[in-house]
Design a protein around this ligand. Sequence first.
Ligand code: LLP
Length: 413
Amino acid sequence: MLQFKDDDLYIDQVKLYEIAVKYGTSVYVYSKNQIVQNIENYKKALKNKDGFICFACKTNSNATILKNISKLGVGADVTSGGEIYRCLHAGFDPLKIVYAGVGKTEEEIEYALKNKVLMFNVESFEELDLINKVADKVKIKAKISFRINPYVDPETHDYVVTGKKGTKFGIPYKDALKAYLYAKKKKNIIISGIHSHIGSQILKIAPFELAAQKIKRIVNEVEKNGMKLEYINCGGGLGIEYEKSQKAPSPEKLVSKVLQIFDVFYKNKKFIFEPGRSIIANAGHLLTKVIYRKISDKKNFLITDAGMNDLIRPTLYKAYHEIIPIKKINTKKVKTDVVGPICESGDFMGKDVMLPLIDQGEYLLITCAGAYGASMSSQYNSRPLIAEVLVENDKIVLIRKRASYNDLLLNEV
Ligand code: LLP
């Protein structure tokens, strides 16, 4: 939780200034309490229901973060062999790992089978063929769900829409039954469930409900054709309030509205939700230093030591992250572009932001960057990956060391 005490911004009981001085900048800072709280919200929502959440670990795959999340007994949604590796390393129960992705390779499929993940969310007929073949080779039957594209537009950023007609994801709605009938004939496949994930940063409940209604229709059709589905996986996608003007539904509301649609199945099915952003986004922030200020043709710039390689969301999705000086400054506010050191005009953290007059050397917090922040970072411009710290009440733990110049050359021959 972020709050000002006197003139200083704190995360839980730790002054952000203290982190900046001790660990240097830029640095990702996470609140353990916030993560736990966000997970509790989902658990409460699923209380008395046969179901669990699988944390979408693409949002944040730091080993310590994952370890803390796995300890809470939840599962994981993975999308590559590397994510399976990380989740097993973090102690997730493989029987709570679900594996989606349009491009699973033969090696990844074998790795998933040998490590006994709960199921594959299959996204094409050819993928099913390959899973069947690999399962035969390793003599382990593969449990599958089909990921169905329900043709629902979640009205979010184009790049994170997945449930609309014409995207690369899942089996098209019209082919759903055909896919299950095809799978029924495969001797190494165990049909286990159904999956849909319509997109990300979704701020309305209606698209989730619409998708659920369509999935329910398919479940009925599939079961009429003699197949039994044990799991209904409703995907992730719940948005968060990056801006004060946004209103995000609570996990409780999402889960209860969606499960209402499936109520006839309560007795004989298990339900999975795959939240990512709504677990970790507001628990993490990017702390950065203003290295220089300049006025260029009447435009105010603050140049920070965080760049688009550390947080790509503003430039990639035109995403808004509120930027707060970590010391209260009571000057008038001026329109400011907060930009990074990278050689591209797309390298910005915020454009036309109203900020007080900030001195060189002051620190800024780029908020709600816990999801798809560090996990999407790169070494572009040969900038070593930055440090990450986890705060628990009044304690700070370093959970990723700042990389060195030497690390830049790792694996180069
Ligand atoms: N399940 C599946 C199959 C997914 O593909 C995703 C995210 C999730 C669950 C979790 O969705 P969430 O609850 O986090 O919305 N990099 C983008 C978002 C990409 C979303 C990818 N899939 C961003 O920074 O906004």
